[in-house]
Design a protein around this ligand. Structure first.
Ligand code: G3H
Ligand code: ZN
Length: 285
């Protein structure tokens, strides 16, 4: 069943665990993420960036694909269909296409404008029972064209943004999209604590790939309830597909049937997602 994320993440914050948010890119990614949720018997959030939705042919295609796979794969765990890092237009489009949850990412706007637009998205979304994520501070690095300076979330701004009634709030706490540089200083737990003390909204950790498990577990114990992971699945997929091509290279029937070529990649994504679900302590239903 497709559901919004409001109760799932509120329960996660209360229960000191997190639910993973995994990015899809196509059919195989969608199947791998859904299968991981089903096999662990946990709710799962599947999200598309604006870029991924464009790649797949639009928000309606993504939504239809996810719905169709839930049915044909007999997925019985709750699934949240979410827009990742949407601008204002994308949030409106995803809402119209029937997403259950949207992120309005206003990190590149002056704070007042981020606040105003977040309020508008909350009004639009909540009228339809759709959950909303907002962002305060920013995530360093780049993902799918979303570039951030990585400035730390301001505690007062976090409070103000949470007061709009958003269902979850992404915070910049030294986290970075993509691969972490060797000299990365780690998550800023002091800032996370300051925010968690005054904001009871479920908090979101972006850039979940490449953060050591201990740091993720600690962040979750402090109030992180949603962890976004994308690059990790891409790396696992690429490694598995590359290995497929490398193995038995000279066999004649190898290396051109896409269903065979992509299968080990799909399995690798599924296993990565399952491992993360275990890290996050998402309880079985
Ligand atoms: O919004 C998506 C995420 O923040 C994923 O980041 O690719 O570094 O895991 P990542
Ligand atoms: Zn992100």
């Amino acid at each position: 069943t497709l559901i919004n994320g409001t109760e799932t993440f509120a329960a996660a914050r209360k229960g000191h665990y997190a639910v993973g948010a995994f990015n899809t890119n196509n059919l195989e990614w969608t199947r791998a993420i859904l299968a991981a949720g089903q096999e662990t018997n946990t709710p799962v959030l599947i999200q598309s960036s604006m870029g991924a939705a464009k790649y797949m042919g639009g928000y309606k295609v993504v939504k239809t694909l996810v719905e169709n796979e839930i049915e044909s794969m007999n997925i019985t765990v709750p699934v949240i269909m979410h827009l990742d890092h949407g601008n204002y237009e994308a949030a409106k489009e995803a809402i119209a296409a029937g997403y259950n949850s949207v992120m309005f990412d206003g990190h590149d706007l002056p704070f007042d404008e981020n606040l105003e637009k977040t309020k508008e998205v909350v009004a639009l979304a909540h009228a339809k029972g759709i959950s909303v994520e907002a962002e305060v501070g920013s995530i360093g690095g780049e993902e799918d064209g979303i570039i951030g300076e990585g400035e730390l979330a301001d505690v007062e701004e976090a409070k103000t943004l949470a007061a709009t009634g958003v269902d979850y709030l992404a915070v910049g706490i030294g986290n970075i999209h993509g691969v972490y540089p060797a000299n990365w200083k780690g998550l800023n737990f002091d800032r996370l604590q300051e925010i968690a003390d005054v904001v009871k909204t479920p908090l979101v950790l972006h850039g979940g790939s490449g953060i050591p498990k201990e740091q993720i577990v600690k962040a979750i114990s402090m109030g992180i309830s949603k962890v976004n992971v994308n690059t990790e699945q891409q790396i696992a997929w690429a490694k598995a597909v590359r290995a497929y091509f490398e193995a038995d290279k000279d066999k004649e029937d190898k290396g051109f049937d896409p269903r065979k070529v992509l299968a080990p990649g799909t399995e690798a994504i599924k296993n990565t997602v399952k491992e993360r679900i275990e890290w996050f302590g998402t309880p079985s239903l």
